[in-house]
Design a protein around this ligand. Structure first.
Ligand SMILES: [Zn+2]
Length: 222
């Protein structure tokens, strides 16, 4: 197996409605014809992603691609459908569908872990050529996805009372205070002061623990 340490993203430079309603296989067969016309053995990319997010195999991964001059021997080439008239500085969402970009993202992450490709080595064709392809900055797009994912991974926290631990400690405190009041009636004055003093200390301690828990909860602990 050849050494793989780079992933290069391309676009087909076709209009959004190109081969609309046709299968991914038919689209790949058409690109295969274009590339054979250019003298390649077969389609130059290893993967192709349709506008509907279907991932189709192109050239076998163990064979070097024909997609980025000087970088073919050690890279994987992924092509996404669309990008006609795009500029290197455009945003991915201007030219590709959300499902397509989701499919691209998971394919990229799968290939990255499978071949142990470092993050900076996931690039667009525009990084190694003067072309606009794929019509956005891949590194910028990947950083943007990371921010979105980090945000989505955080569970929604609306009220402190939703935390089970905080709820339980509040309930324990209320219960102990209640039982003390009922025991105290019928005791002499000194005993009552001792108990009140102890209760005050216990309550303060309880409040302190509760406050720490609310803080920890706010920091993301549960
Ligand atoms: Zn390209």
């Amino acid at each position: 197996m050849r050494k793989i340490n780079q992933l290069i993203i391309h676009c087909s430079a076709t209009r959004p409605d190109w081969y609309e309603g046709q299968t991914g296989k038919a689209q790949v067969a058409e690109i295969d014809r274009w590339h054979k016309d250019r003298g390649f053995d077969q389609i130059g990319y290893h993967y192709y992603i349709t506008r509907t997010g279907e991932v189709v195999d192109g050239r076998p991964i163990e064979i070097a691609g024909a997609h980025a001059r000087g970088n073919n021997s050690h890279s994987i080439g992924v092509c996404i459908a669309g990008g006609f008239g795009s500029d290197a500085e455009d945003r991915a969402s201007e030219h590709y569908t959300p499902v397509q970009l989701d499919a691209l993202h998971s394919l990229v992450r799968n290939l990255q872990s499978q071949y142990n490709i470092s993050e900076p080595n996931i690039i667009g064709h525009n990084r190694v050529s003067s072309k606009a392809c794929p019509g956005f900055r891949v590194q910028r797009w990947l950083s943007g996805r990371k921010v979105i994912e980090a945000h989505e991974a955080k569970p929604e926290r609306t009220k402190a009372t939703q935390s089970k631990t905080v709820k339980a400690s509040a309930a324990t405190m209320a219960a102990s205070a209640g039982s003390l009041v009922s025991v105290m009636s019928g005791m002499d004055e000194i005993a009552q002061y001792i108990i009140l003093g102890t209760t005050a200390v216990t309550l303060l301690l309880g409040l302190y623990i509760l406050r720490e828990r609310v803080r920890a909860w706010a920091d993301g602990w549960h």
